[in-house]
Design a binder for this molecule. Sequence first.
Ligand code: IMP
Ligand code: MG
Length: 186
Amino acid sequence: MFPEIERVLIDQATIAARVHELGERIAADLLADVARTGHDQIVLVPILTGSIVFVADLIRQMPIKLSLGVVAVSSYPGQSIQSKGAALRGEIPRDLGGKHVLIVDDILDSGRTLGLICDLVAEQSPASLRTAVLLRKLLHGPRAVEVAADYAGFDIPDEFVVGYGLDFDGYFRNYPQIAVLRREAP
Ligand code: IMP
Ligand code: MG
């Protein structure tokens, strides 16, 4: 079915258990924010396209009242596995002021994507701003943009991964686990 996959790094059951934990914890923290501030609106801002599978599973583990306001960012033109800088595609929701915002992405790598969206959301003065990623790459040096993930599902080595929403050249997003691709013969 997927001959290009070399090995699975994180299997389906492990992802599901961790997403369940994250959802419960994030929901509890957001509810505490609501109680503390009196602002009662919670908005998740998923970054398209990579976060769609993660966010779909995550929100179903969060039994609280929330809405979604998606943003689209592109960073990998074509068959690249190296970020060429993050660019916003289209609009960012403009009504985030005074709301509790959780930005959700698939993976934190160079930090450019999350950094860009955090800055654009922060300009709107949300009541609180947090970030959640399924994966956080452990880099050898500093990230190009130093941005922290408040919630990270798994720390992974600095390898290019696909599956569970993450793509290579647009493909493999539907592979249900996190995997490493076979390297091309030199
Ligand atoms: P950053 O801007 O370098 O932090 O990268 C974040 C974006 O790049 C993510 O939203 C992903 O879409 C993509 N990305 C980073 N690392 C990988 C990877 O290993 N596999 C697939 N996509 C990745
Ligand atoms: Mg992405």
